[in-house]
Design a protein around this ligand. Structure first.
Ligand SMILES: [Zn+2]
Length: 251
């Protein structure tokens, strides 16, 4: 059974709806493709949910270096900060694993191998400590060929159906809002996906090894579109996620 909404929740929902409508209208000039299909039901489903945004890498770990100035760690942080703003406007509670150019390793972890392990462990701890409802890790892909392009979502199938459905929701919106035709990918043994208790996905937002996608991902406008895609998919996933509402299911 869903709990009966309180008057306060209804007021919050109305406020949220007007914010969303305003946001869509206000940004229509700068966003060619808009999440215009957002419904009242999906808009209210995210109010009060705790969402952890994990921009990958940071500090000494730049991630993929496309050029001296185009670095994975900067692009994923910019997208993460855009997403935080959108989610907070929608009424969600957002926790960032990092909000500046730093990693989460402890000072003693100087050897790079140990440093990376400590960094990832702490990212998972952030999520588990706040009891996240969803965890979204943001990365950018790179491969030894300029031809590959397109955002892709990864999840650990052993964690359960909610993770799979979250990955499917995210990928579906990326197919609608960007030119990717990829499908969500199951991948086991990703430490972070396993260690995070909440439903978790890693979104590789595109290939920095592809010149066109690298160009797009370097612009604020495309970074906003990627953040919009993540917002829309989270709204849709929370709206359809009955297990999270009742708290009675696995995972
Ligand atoms: Zn990465």
């Amino acid at each position: 059974m869903r709990p009966t909404p309180t008057v306060r929740a209804q007021a919050a929902a109305l406020a949220l709806l007007s914010i969303l409508i305003f946001s869509v209208v206000a940004r229509s000039a700068e966003l060619p493709i808009l999440p215009g299909t957002t419904t009242t039901a999906s808009a209210t489903s995210i109010v009060g949910k705790v969402i952890v945004i994990d921009p990958g890498h940071g500090g000494e770990d730049p991630g993929f270096l496309a050029t001296d100035t185009v670095r994975e760690k900067d692009i994923v942080l910019a997208i993460g900060l855009q997403l935080r703003r959108l989610l907070e406007e929608a009424g969600a509670i957002v926790v960032m694993t990092r909000e500046s150019d730093e990693d989460l390793a402890s000072e003693e972890e100087d050897r790079l191998g140990a440093r990376k392990a400590s960094d990832l462990r702490r990212r998972a701890e952030v999520s588990n400590r706040v009891g996240a409802d969803a965890f979204i890790s943001i990365h950018a892909n790179a491969i030894n060929s300029p031809r590959w392009y397109g955002a892709q979502t990864f999840y650990d199938p052993r964690k359960g159906e909610r993770d799979a459905l979250l990955a499917a929701a995210v990928q579906q919106v990326f197919v609608e809002m960007t030119d990717t035709t990829r499908r969500p990918l199951r991948r086991q043994n990703i430490y972070l996906m396993e260690a995070v208790e909440a439903p978790a996905v890693t979104v590789e937002v595109g290939f920095l090894s592809n010149p066109r996608e690298r160009e797009l991902l370097s612009t604020g406008q495309y970074q906003r579109r990627v953040a919009w895609a993540m917002l829309k998919s989270l709204l849709e996933w929370f709206a359809s996620d009955t297990i999270g509402v009742t708290g009675s299911g696995p995972n």
